[in-house]
Write a protein that binds this ligand. Structure first.
Ligand SMILES: CCCCCCCCCCCCCC(=O)SCCNC(=O)CCNC(=O)[C@H](O)C(C)(C)COP(=O)(O)OP(=O)(O)OC[C@H]1O[C@@H](n2cnc3c(N)ncnc32)[C@H](O)[C@@H]1OP(=O)(O)O
Length: 210
């Protein structure tokens, strides 16, 4: 797994989060608005031109390729392009986990952009969120792991709206960690997952990533 070291302070990371986080929130809101708007075709045309202008402005100075996973010399991580929790990724719901002694928990909202069956979450999105949450549980006491195998059991359709996820390591065997987790709505579990997460063989990044 490749990481990029950035020699910047925690304050600078906070400053950047303060600059890019609100932009990402606005774009996430734009995605939702594009799905749900019913304004006239002429207004859509004006909106499209305005969006194209903003895109041209942002692209006037940009990096090559994807954002990557960056960290500073104190091992503070910036996985800001991450599809599930990235600070600079408007596709990310975002899902942010909180760690405790046994595992990790996340509370988040999946809106119109994540629909599969009518008014319910796309099964692939459920799997994506569970992969991330289980992966973070696997990494909580060590270093980021690769998903080797993940199995998702869909117990009932997951409604769009407020959801939570929970994951814990249940077994360890050498570089392998077996992790189990759940996705839930207010009425209980909608999907369960079990995964084998594998610590990379030749890890060159820092341990105890924050
Ligand atoms: C800076 C801040 C960062 C923050 C990051 C946020 C957290 C990140 C959260 C991200 C979350 C999202 C995460 C993502 O999205 S990760 C992206 C999705 N996953 C991948 O792309 C992984 C692709 N596969 C590989 O790279 C390799 O095949 C891996 C690394 C998995 C194993 O290759 P390696 O060369 O290491 O394996 P080995 O041959 O030495 O075998 C070692 C042991 O493992 C067992 N095994 C092998 N393969 C599998 C398998 N597929 N299932 C089950 N078990 C498997 C094998 O039997 C053996 O067991 P044993 O015989 O010893 O008992």
């Amino acid at each position: 797994m490749q990481f990029t070291l950035e020699d910047i302070t925690a304050d600078e990371i906070d400053r950047r989060r303060g600059v890019y986080g609100p932009l990402t929130d606005s774009v996430r809101d734009l995605i939702d608005a594009v799905i749900r708007t019913e304004v006239d075709a002429a207004d859509i045309d004006v909106a499209r031109r305005r969006i194209d202008e903003v895109v041209a402005d942002l692209r006037s100075r940009q990096i090559d390729g994807s954002y990557g996973v960056r960290f500073n010399t104190d091992a503070v991580g910036m996985p800001w392009g991450n599809a599930v929790m990235g600070v600079r990724n408007a596709i990310a719901p975002p899902v942010r986990t909180v760690a405790d002694r046994e595992g990790v928990t996340a509370e988040f909202t999946l809106g119109a952009a994540y629909e599969g069956p009518a008014h319910h979450v796309h099964g692939g999105v459920c799997a994506m969120v569970l992969d991330q949450v289980l992966g973070e549980a696997a990494a909580a006491d060590d270093i980021p792991c690769f998903t080797g195998t993940i199995t998702v059991t869909y117990r009932r359709p997951t409604p769009l709206g407020a959801l939570s996820a929970r994951a814990e390591i249940v077994d360890r065997d050498g570089r392998k960690k077996i992790v189990r987790g759940t996705l839930s709505d207010a009425d209980g579990v909608t999907a369960e997952a079990e995964g084998v997460f594998i610590v990379p063989k030749n890890w060159s990044g820092p341990s105890n990533l924050k």
